[in-house]
Write a protein that binds this ligand. Structure first.
Ligand code: ZN
Ligand code: ZN
Length: 357
């Protein structure tokens, strides 16, 4: 499975279709603009090639561009690696541990997931990335992560060039008057004079490229940190999400076990600090934005937590009038209710609650 679709086949022109999508178009556009403007700015104005520093700087810029594009195209064209259609585990008994994908007509190998966009089961799937218009998974995780590291570094270098170009070119031309800032574009005071003067178009292009470079540094840099977390935990984004869901479900189940059924013995208006329920109830009203619920004598409530004089829970609604209302949940005074004597089976979710979920 390792070599499965791991080689870039240039005869496989179908893969080139991946470029026709907003993600790659924008990403490649940003790379093209930033690197071109950075090279033009350095060569013409900020750091000419005849200086040693200028040459090194130029080579570095080309280097960033090549490395970024190499990893970007690798991530896009090598792809994540798909589980072969109709795949079965070698030992047929192992299939009992695996899920089956009806679309791919195959068992899902451990850590693989079906991607709806790719319409295939993806090995060790992390996520479907619109920027490479492909999934990020087993085979391209490394190039993808390298791209996420190199892109911000290259952008920082470019941003430095943009800022220094604008600063050195504009410094002598700025004049500050009363309430106005003037830029005198005709007077370049640089020795020796650059072949092409730094005009308004160059200024606009540099400023635009600077915006792109800073935006990319922040956005892609954040993605890199998220990706590093994923790698250090050895848990794909999907796996973290599944774990979180399981944890939430567990907590919900716990809550259901702890909940107690109460019967309403006194009406309650739903007021925040009710005057007729005793002075302690009045003064200990919970300080939250969570709602209060109105109670009517004879109703049932499933309480999940409480304070000394207040309880929080769900009203067990009568099926006849709950159409449209999914649930009523909130705080109510403890002295308006009494524990159901009949309740030996509180650990089972009562009928009403099951239906409302
Ligand atoms: Zn599948
Ligand atoms: Zn995908």
């Amino acid at each position: 499975m390792g070599t499965y679709c791991s080689v870039i086949k240039f005869e496989n022109l179908q893969e080139l279709k991946r470029l026709c999508h907003w993600g790659p178009i924008i990403a490649l556009g940003v790379i093209a603009i930033c690197s071109t403007v950075a090279m033009i700015d350095s060569v013409l104005w900020y750091w000419p090639l005849h200086t040693t520093g200028g040459s090194v700087n130029f080579i570095m810029l080309i280097n960033w561009t090549i490395m970024i594009l190499y990893n970007y195209f690798n991530a896009m064209f090598v792809g994540p690696g798909f589980v072969p259609l109709g795949w079965k585990p070698e030992n047929s008994q192992d299939s009992m541990y695996l899920q089956y994908c009806k679309v791919c007509q195959a068992y899902k190998a451990p850590r693989s997931h079906h991607c709806r966009k790719c319409n295939r089961c993806v090995m060790k799937m992390d996520h479907h990335c619109p920027w490479i218009n492909n999934c990020c998974g087993y085979q391209n995780h490394a190039s993808f992560t390298l791209f996420l590291l190199l892109a911000p570094l290259g952008c920082i270098h470019a941003a430095f060039i943009f800022i220094m170009t604008m600063y050195t070119q504009l410094y002598n031309r700025l004049s500050f008057g009363w309430n106005t800032v003037r830029i005198d574009m005709s007077a370049a005071r640089r020795d020796p004079l650059p072949i092409v003067p730094f005009g308004l178009a160059a200024f606009a292009a540099t400023l635009f490229a600077l915006g792109l470079a800073i935006g990319t540094t922040i956005a892609v840099g954040m993605l890199f940190f998220i990706q590093m977390k994923t790698i250090l935990r050895n848990k794909t984004s999907i796996e973290s999400w599944i774990e979180e869901k399981i944890e939430q479900l567990k907590q919900k189940a716990d809550k259901r076990v702890r909940s107690v059924r109460y019967k309403v013995i006194e009406d309650y208006s739903g007021a925040c600090c009710p005057l007729n329920k005793g002075i302690k109830t009045f003064f200990t009203s919970p300080c939250t934005e969570e709602p209060r619920i109105r109670l009517k004598k004879g109703e049932f409530i499933l309480a999940t937590r409480g304070l000394r004089y207040w309880l929080y829970g769900d009203k067990l609604l009568d099926d006849s009038f709950i159409e449209g209302v999914s649930r009523m949940r909130g705080w109510f005074p403890r002295n308006c209710v009494e524990k159901c004597p009949c309740d030996a089976e509180t650990d089972q979710a009562p009928e009403g609650e099951k239906k409302n979920r």
